[in-house]
Design a protein. Sequence first.
Length: 198
Amino acid sequence: MQSTYSELLASAKQSIIKQCNVYQDYPVKGVGFLDISPIFMSTVDFDNVLTYWQHRFTNVDLVVGLEARGFVIGAAFAQKIGAPFMMIRKKGKLPGQCISEAYVKEYGADEFEAQVNALSKTSFPSDRKVNVLIMDDILATGGTLCASIELVRKLLSHNNVKEYKISTSLISSIKVLRGKEKIYEKYNDVSIDVIHEI
Ligand SMILES: O=P(O)(O)OC[C@H]1O[C@H](OP(=O)(O)OP(=O)(O)O)[C@H](O)[C@@H]1O
Ligand SMILES: Nc1ncnc2[nH]cnc12
C-alpha cells in the first residue's frame, strides 16, 4: 500500500538520524560538524530520503547541486526523477564565462560560480512557472544557500525565464545558526524544505 507523505518524511528522518554523525570542534573549534556522508553507504536509507523528496517535489524542471556534498544529493535525485542537473561549483572549477557570488559560511568564506551558458540547451515549460530545486546537505548560517539562490536567479534572468519558483531542499539544518531566517529575510518567494533540523 502507498505510504503517506508523513510516513515517507518520518522514514527519511529516521534514516538521517540513524546514519549521520556529529563531530565537535571540526573543521574548527566551536563547530559541531554534521557528517551526512554515511547515508550514501546505505542504499535503503539514501533511497528513503530520495523517495520522500520525490513526493515532496513534483514537476521539477531543473535540479541544482551545490559543491560538493550537494552534487551527490542533487545528481541522485535528478536522475531518480528524470530532471536535468546543474552544478554550482567553487570558484575556478568551471570553464567558460561564469557568474560568481562570494559568501561566508559557518566556518569560513568561499565563492560560488555558475556557467553563463549552463541553461542554454535546456527547454523549459512556457505554460507554467519553471520549477527549480536547489539541493544541498546542510543549512547552517545560510550564506551558501543565499549565494546559490542569487546565482540561479541571475541565470534564469539571463535565459529570459521570467516566471519561476525556486525551492530549496536540505537533509539537515542547524536551528541555532538561523540560516532559514537569513534566507527568508532576503528571499520571501523561496521555499526551504529540511528533513531533519537539529
Ligand atoms: O549554511 P552555511 O553556513 O553557508 O554552510 C553550509 C554549507 O557548508 C558546507 O559546504 P562546504 O563548502 O564546507 O563543503 P563541501 O565542499 O564539503 O560540501 C555544506 O555542504 C553547505 O554547503
Ligand atoms: N555544522 C556543519 N556541519 C556540516 N556542514 C556544515 N557546513 C557549515 N556548517 C556545517
